[in-house]
Design a protein around this ligand. Sequence first.
Ligand code: HEC
Ligand code: HEC
Length: 211
Amino acid sequence: MYSNFKYLVLVMTMLFSFPALAGDAKYDPGTDSPAIGEQDKYASVRDTLQTCFSCHGDKGASTIGTFPILAGQEFYYMYVQLKDMKKGLRASAVMSPIVADMEKADLKLLAQYFSEQSWPKTDYTIDSKRAKAARLVADAGQCAACHLGTLKGNSRVPRISNQHPEYLKNTMHDFKNNIRKNAPAIATLFKTFNEKEIQDIADYLASFNAE
Ligand code: HEC
Ligand code: HEC
């Protein structure tokens, strides 16, 4: 059993360590992007995008469980991840070499491109008993305080609803095992989850009704 108090203290600490989450203005992806009126603002990354599509699916609408959906994910969140993967703060055997030699301006354009696509429809389900168990963990861990009621995120906070469960499970393990070191407070949260809780939460988020 987990204690609600343990989660509450943790979440309070996390809220303080992310002051920008408390109702800050939405990050504006338009800032220092190419001038309006240019024919194709993504011209410099068109070829690179094809590489991204080869794993993340056409326009980022991944259909493979281990490759996260990028289409419609938050711009600023993705930009931070790409920079952190480049720096190795979020170590990724697959992604870090891909972004190693890319300029910040292109990382920003890639993140912007994917954030402008629509999130694809997925059809994951979870049985009601496991959903109930997961909801208790989600409520205690106050996921909605940061990821919002739809769990679609905002700005620096990612969308977690309807993401592939395999990816969600992998990344929660990466937080837990200090492979994803770019958000220590979030990692601390996942260290309190046991294996069954991680499984249940991943399937719950994947099947979440975000409408
Ligand atoms: C060879 C397959 C492959 C290619 C090509 C690839 N990715 Fe990835 N990508 C992955 C995998 C696997 C992950 C999960 C990695 C992890 O968590 O360590 C990932 C994670 C990401 C994430 C983090 C998503 C999240 O929800 O945190 C972003 C952003 C991303 N990729 C963007 C890109 C972009 C932009 C490109 C093209 C330049 C690209 N990827 C090319 C496989 C790939
Ligand atoms: C204090 C705010 C906060 C709370 C509470 C919170 N999160 Fe997050 N979460 C974040 C932020 C910020 C990130 C992005 C971290 C980063 O940049 O790597 C994140 C990242 C994630 C990711 C990685 C998503 C991806 O695409 O890789 C998952 C999964 C996740 N959170 C699940 C949860 C769950 C489940 C709960 C509740 C049990 C929760 N979070 C509670 C702020 C929060």
